[in-house]
Ligand binder design. Structure first.
Ligand code: GPK
Length: 715
């Protein structure tokens, strides 16, 4: 039995407080907000256990808890004096005040939220913004009854249970199982943040007249969308502003970004759960929905199927609240995260809403921060860029990177560029050797796919392509073998603990690696490395050391993708489908400077309709057969994995795209042989990456969605 447990040579572990691209995007955006001098704060949960650590035992993923606070966290400031009571359960009662009826929520449980501040300093500015994370603590309000009746021990133990709320991050991105603890986390986060925002506003204002001018709240996917209802509740029930005034404020301050394409990825909360945990919120949701349905009737008459599709309440087997519909109804803007995503929102996912409110819908293509993804993670490249541009100003003004275009064919720059890549490849090769014992050749093309494991991201396509490459090498004569471009294929990513097919893909990577890496007949021509516990620190090491990176989701499934942008900035060439933000990357750097493959978004539905009769190349049939027949062992275990791509069940179209995938890989081989050409493409990738800085995304949000301006620190 082999067991790999690794720690990186860095000073501290990641604060792994998110799952994948969604949270990493926020991290980049916080850096941009601070650097561009915007007056903005981020709110989140201070999980004690971040995303699980992935360890690999005999090629299988196992999850270990990530108790990241073990050695303390020097970057946070605990604000014991900033804490709020968060209520759950209980009943709603009527109260008469000043001759009017009001609802009063009598909670059944109260938990305290304590603030931990994480300052985010901007680059080249005195501005620092705040990421305020909430930790759950027992409420300060003692349950006098149990203390008085002498059940002291139980009373203390029960108080400790409160801390469970912020204990652990749910590791399944985009699957929502209607778990009570998850909803509790969401409301805990939302209630504390809204109380904090309103308190900070009230510190300097006597009434709510300027609330909509001073405050803009961005809902990052639907997870915090209860904030909308919470503001409505506070303004209506507690501040007694009246329904219309409260509603007007809510509609003006909230905007929503959606990050998904799949309708099944949209969050739904069972009504029973909502009614028990948050009884007053459920009433308010019903009231909002009633008014919305009235509006629909006026606009579309008796089109009941349309009403049913658009309703915030889903009347299915399990009656549920559709959090995306709620967010669209209440927010003044709905943003997608790339142009392709925007088109899909308009024509498929939220078509009915787009018909009703076309002006609400916009998109802001995602971006990443060059400060972390070039300056911090690739200091050698940073130095070369600054030298050739004659300035470091690109660190704050990314558009300047375009200036490198003029030197893309310059022999001196090319040489320095290659040297940087070599240094980074050496660093990565050392890491690979320490963790796997495999020595890799620096002359090989480092071909990388690192991201969460999902069927739609098609890591399986990559592995099947590697099997094909292996199969070809095995059948070559000596002279053909001399023409093979050596490859080091690197795959990394975590599978959600309950996502069986994703876990099988990880096992297949290991099974194939075992065979290929130990085949003396293959040697340096092909190596497959699975990097365990992929996280941001690993990415900082891997991305600068990559030659090629893969972003091969089935077209129409990746809302945007941001990993590709990090590779692009680091001069790694992309092998990609025309999906998500890749379509815009093509416009910036040109299709000639990357390796495109696969069906386009518009072609996917027709291919799916063909089912089992879709054209699949023989090579595909052969490599799947090798896996099925047990060529890599674990014959029975891989059977269900093979079933997902054969016999008309290949929903993600691996078979249909396989020939094109192999062609793109062959084109990459050909380009790599010509190092001048490759280096030119690499320089053009970096120089064309400016549009994909989160600085641009944030500037668009500030102008088009929030209506805010930079506010320079006055001292
Ligand atoms: C989207 F809906 C979700 C989710 O639950 N988790 C997640 O990481 C990602 N995402 C998308 O998959 C990416 O395409 C996108 O770039 C990223 O969010 C940020 O928008």
């Amino acid at each position: 039995m082999s067991c790999l447990v690794f720690s990186l040579p860095f000073k501290e572990g990641d604060a792994a407080l998110g799952n994948g691209g969604l949270a990493r995007l926020s991290a980049c955006q916080m850096d941009s907000l601070a650097t561009l001098d915007f007056p903005a704060w981020g709110y989140g949960l201070r999980y004690q256990y971040g995303l699980f650590r992935q360890i690999i035992v005999d090629g299988f993923q196992h999850e270990q808890p990530d108790y990241w606070l073990n050695f303390g966290n020097p970057w946070e400031i605990e604000r014991v004096q900033v804490s709020y009571a968060v209520k759950f359960y209980g009943t709603v009662e009527e109260e008469v005040s000043n001759g009017s009826n009001y609802k009063v929520w009598i909670p059944g449980e109260t938990v305290e939220a304590v603030a931990y501040d994480n300052p985010i300093p901007g680059y080249g500015t005195r501005n620092a913004i705040n990421l305020r994370l909430w930790a759950a603590k027992p409420s300060g309000q003692y349950d006098l009854e149990s203390y008085n009746t002498g059940d002291y021990i139980n009373a203390v133990v029960n108080r400790q249970k409160a801390e469970i709320i912020s204990n652990v991050l749910y590791p399944d991105d985009r699957s929502y199982q209607g778990k009570e603890l998850r909803l509790k986390q969401q409301y805990f986060f939302v209630s504390a943040s809204i109380q904090d925002i309103i308190r900070r506003f009230k510190d300097v204002h006597d009434n709510f007249d300027e609330f909509t001018e001073k405050i803009a709240l961005q809902i990052n996917d639907t997870h915090p969308s209860l904030a909308i209802i919470e503001v409505m509740r506070v303004l209506f029930d507690e501040e007694h502003l009246g329904w219309d005034k409260a509603w007007d404020i809510v509609c003006k301050i909230f905007s929503f970004t959606t990050h998904t394409v799949q309708p099944e990825g949209l969050e739904k909360i069972p009504v029973d759960l909502m009614g028990s945990l948050l009884p007053r919120h459920l009433q308010i949701i019903y009231d909002i929905n009633y008014k919305f349905m009235e509006e629909l009737k006026k606009k579309f008459g008796q089109d009941y199927s349309r009403h049913a599709r658009m309703s915030i309440v889903e009347e299915g087997a399990v009656k549920s609240i559709r959090m995306a519909n709620l967010s669209i109804v209440c927010c003044h803007k709905v943003n997608g995260v790339s142009r392709v995503h925007f088109e899909l929102l308009k024509t498929r996912v939220f078509k009915d809403f787009y018909d009703l409110w076309p002006l609400k819908f916009q998109y802001k293509t995602n971006g990443v921060t060059q400060r972390r993804w070039i300056v911090v993670s690739n200091p050698s490249l940073c130095a070369v860029i600054s030298k050739w541009l004659g300035t470091e100003a690109w660190v704050r003004n990314i558009d300047l990177l375009a200036g490198l275009r003029d030197y893309a064919s310059d022999a001196d720059l090319q040489q320095e560029w290659r040297m940087v890549k070599k240094i980074n490849k050496m660093r990565l090769a050392e890491y690979i050797e320490t963790l796997s014992g495999v020595k890799v050749s620096l002359d090989a093309m480092f071909d990388v796919q690192i991201k969460r494991i999902h069927e739609y991201k098609r890591q399986l396509l990559n592995v099947l392509g590697i099997i094909h490459r292996y199969d070809c090498i095995k059948s070559m004569n000596e002279s053909d073998r001399r023409k093979v471009v050596p490859r080091v294929c690197i795959i990394g990513g975590k599978a959600a603990p309950g996502y069986e097919i994703a876990k099988k893909i990880i096992k297949l990577c290991h099974a194939v690696a075992e065979k290929v890496n130990n085949d003396p007949g293959v040697g340096d021509l092909l190596k497959l490395i699975f990097i365990p516990d992929y996280n941001v620190s690993v990415a900082e090491l891997v991305i600068p050391g990559s030659d090629l990176s893969q972003h091969v989701s089935t077209a129409g499934h990746e809302a945007s993708g941001t990993g590709s942008m990090k590779f692009l900035m680091n001069g790694c060439l992309l092998l990609a489908t025309a999906d998500g933000s890749t379509v815009e990357i093509i416009e910036e750097i040109g299709a000639d400077n990357m390796f495109l493959l696969g069906a386009r978004v518009s072609e996917v539905p027709a291919l799916r309709d063909q089912g089992a009769s879709v054209r699949v190349p023989l090579q595909f049939v052969r490599v799947v057969r090798m896996v099925r027949d047990g060529y890599f062992g674990f014959k029975d275990y891989f059977e269900s994995l093979c079933d997902t791509v054969e016999n008309g069940k290949d929903f993600y179209l691996l078979g249909a795209d396989f020939a094109s995938y192999l062609e793109a890989q062959a084109a990459a081989d050909l380009a790599f042989v010509n190092q001048e050409k490759w280096t030119r493409m690499s320089i053009l990738s970096t120089s064309g990456s400016g549009r994909f800085s989160s600085d641009r995304t944030i500037e668009e949000y500030a102008e088009q969605t929030w209506g805010i301006e930079p506010c320079k620190c006055p001292f």
